[in-house]
Design a binder for this molecule. Sequence first.
Ligand code: UDP
Ligand code: MG
Length: 344
Amino acid sequence: MTQTTQPAPAPAGIVTQERRPELSVVIPMYNEADNLTLLVEKLTPVLERASDSFEVVFVDDGSRDGTLEGLRRAHELDPRFRAISFSRNFGKEIAIAAGLDHTRGDAVVIMDADLQHPPEMIETFMARWREGFENVYGQRVDRTADSPLRRMLTMRFYRLFSNFGEMSLPPGAGDFRLLDRKAVNALRAMPERARFSKGLYAWIGFRSIGVPFEVQERAFGESKFSYRTLTRFALDGLMSFSTLPLKVWTYVGTVISIGALATAVYFIFTTMTYGADVPGYASLIVSIMFFAGVQLMSLGILGEYIGRIFAEVKRRPLYLVGERIGVEGGDSPMPPQRPGSSGA
Ligand code: UDP
Ligand code: MG
């Protein structure tokens, strides 16, 4: 946490920690006990081929099944598999952020626990990384593993985002990727709560390249994301990378006012020419309802942003760790202070 003394440089010759691995893998887990054994089994040979030193950091996102026990066992069998466990469910985005905080590798791979992301791809990712790419993302070639409705909504969202967001997202790119240490530190320097990681990955830049892969069927269990959580997520993404929803109301308001003015002129003209027309309830009611609707809508949009500002200014820790399995690291779950302060 806050440092009261200057951190003394580690004296040469004293080994404070085991060797830093070259490759770290971050895997968020929410009720994935069934997938764990198969995952470890498939991952181990691939990682041994991909690098001569690796670690896997599982993040148990408040699972209520046997995930945590499984992770303890996995660590006992092979200490290269480590884990942290949250005090409750904080969501996948935050689980990934916590995983990144606890990795030490020069290259960090992020993947799902359900084997939808084929582990063999890690070898290709590493090859690209060794060529000098710092942000190597897996690109889904088809989304047939998702339901048609989800696919359609996803497509709509991407189109909306590329039209209105600060930058465009590469199509089909998700969390399955390899990040260089530099990119990881850049992500860790962004302690925002509403984490739309697809946007963050694109925002940090670095030398990026896509590697196509085919999404597999989920090994066990079912998707943890309902349409409700996905909608929330899409809204977070749009709101944290676009101010258009705020600004659009200026234009809408202007157009409506001009229309109102024109209508007024028209009414003055007709009244003077043809005399007053008594009835007019219908148009009155309609216009009152219309303006009330527009005002409530713009208030709602302001509320969405203000709610997000509120969530950020509270400065709560991003996550709380309940247990560490083979993972050292500061006890502070606070967002990291500016990492990588060395270098230009
Ligand atoms: N996940 C998580 N916390 C959550 C929901 C999901 O850590 O609150 C993890 C989950 O265990 C899996 C990954 O995020 O490793 C992707 O989840 P899922 O397969 O349910 O999502 P989908 O593939 O449908 O996008
Ligand atoms: Mg999945």
